[in-house]
Structures are given as C-alpha cells and as structure tokens.
Design a protein around this ligand. Structure first.
Ligand code: DX5
Ligand code: ZN
Length: 222
C-alpha cells in the first residue's frame, strides 16, 4: 500500500522542510492537488510550484502524482509532464473526450490516471480501464482538504477492485482520495485500494510529520 501525502495542508512557507520530513520518514509518493477555481471552487498551485519541488523529490526517488482538478485538462498536460509528474490524473467529469486525453498523457511518456467524483458511477471509466495506470476514487467532493470520508466510497472501491481483477488489470493503481486517516487506512486497503492519499492526516497543524507518517504505517500493521 502506497501512502501518498497531499501537500495541500502543508506549510507553504517551509515547503522544503515539509517534504524532507516525510521523505526521511520513508514516503515515496507525493500527491499534488491542482485546482483551477473553475472545476472546483478553490485555487491551489500549478506546474511552476511542482517544478520547484522536483529536485528534492528526485533526490529521494519520490513519485510525483498530479491530481488535476481543472476544466479541460488537455490544455495543460504537457506542462505537468514537463514539470516532472510521473502520474497525471484528470477528472472524467472534466474531459469531453476522455479516451483522447488518456492517449495524450501516454504519448508524453507519462502514466495516465482518471478520477471520479463521489456522484460519478464507475461505468464512466469502464471502457478505458485497460488504458489506465491509475484509477482514483474521490471519497470527498474535490476542492478542499480536511473533509470527512464519504462511507459509500468503500463499496465503490470494492466494486472497482472486482472490475480490475476480472480483467486481470492488477498493475492499475487503485487510489483513494479524501478524508483518509489512521482510523480508515487499513479499511480502504482491505477494500482493495493500493494507494491512499492522506492530506490533513499527515500535514496536521502542529503535529510532527514523522509521527503522523508512523501512525499511518502502524495502522497498516507495517
Ligand atoms: C481534495 C483533494 C485531496 C484532499 C486530501 O480536493 O483532492 O487530495 O485534499 O486531503 P485530506 O486527506 O485532508 O482529505
Ligand atoms: Zn487529490
């Protein structure tokens, strides 16, 4: 199970330290929540910030995983590829020609992912499952960190796990994003997720980052 911290609630004035702290604690995935103020109400950051984090991530061999909560993401996938993102995930709801967008990311030599909002059925990605490197189930409505996990997401993870298993697509990363904390992380793994995004559970105000990472590991029995 990969733990992929989201920097959304980290201290942006001390980002270098915030990253070193979790990488020293053994984290090897970094989830980058990109928001445009249009697909979601919030605005976060873009490729320029990601490019500046890249050297620290490369030093530790960390996978950069971009979650694009932006309208018409085709306009920007080149920029995120050039910024060093290995996984580039777009929202099914934001793409008119989802298959084309996935091929576009693949053609750039990157790993395409598709995210589904809580109200979007799994059928929205059924036809493209063999083309994906990652499938992301949103367990909150995208836009903000620190929201509560929507319980119905667990069954959605189980159903997606079954769909992937039936098709022999064992290499597709099944990522769960939103409200995952130490009390839930083992449950989402047992439901079939292979990567858990953890924003506020890692970057909790005033908490030691090595401790929050250790808590999650312990909850996984690692
Ligand atoms: C929600 C983002 C998430 C989220 C993670 O729009 O995609 O990655 O902020 O943060 P927590 O774990 O606090 O829900
Ligand atoms: Zn995210």
């Amino acid at each position: 199970m990969h733990i992929a911290p989201s920097i959304l609630t980290a201290d942006f004035a001390h980002m270098g330290d915030e990253l070193t702290a979790i990488f020293e604690a053994g984290i090897r995935w970094l989830h980058l929540d990109v928001m445009d103020g249009r697909f979601v109400p919030n605005i976060s950051f873009g490729p320029m910030l990601i490019r500046s984090l890249r050297p620290i991530a490369e030093q530790y061999g960390v996978v950069l995983d971009a979650h694009l909560m932006i309208a018409d993401p085709d306009r920007y996938v080149e920029d995120f590829a050039a910024a060093g993102c290995e996984y580039i995930t777009v929202h099914a709801e934001a793409c008119t020609h989802l298959h084309r967008t996935i091929q576009h990311i693949r053609a750039l030599g990157k790993k395409p992912g598709v995210a589904l909002n809580p109200a979007t059925p799994l059928s929205a990605i059924e036809e493209v499952l063999p083309d994906l490197s990652l499938a992301l189930i949103m367990s909150v409505n995208p836009g903000f960190g620190g929201q509560r996990f929507i319980p119905a997401s667990l069954d959605k993870i189980r159903r997606l796990r079954a769909m992937l298993d039936e098709r022999g697509l064992n290499d597709v990363v099944l990522q769960i994003d939103g409200g995952v904390n130490k009390d839930l992380i083992a449950t989402v793994r047992d439901a079939g997720a292979t990567c858990a995004v953890t924003g506020s559970a890692v970057y909790a105000p005033g908490r030691n980052r090595a401790e929050t990472v250790a808590e999650l590991r312990q909850a996984l029995g690692e």
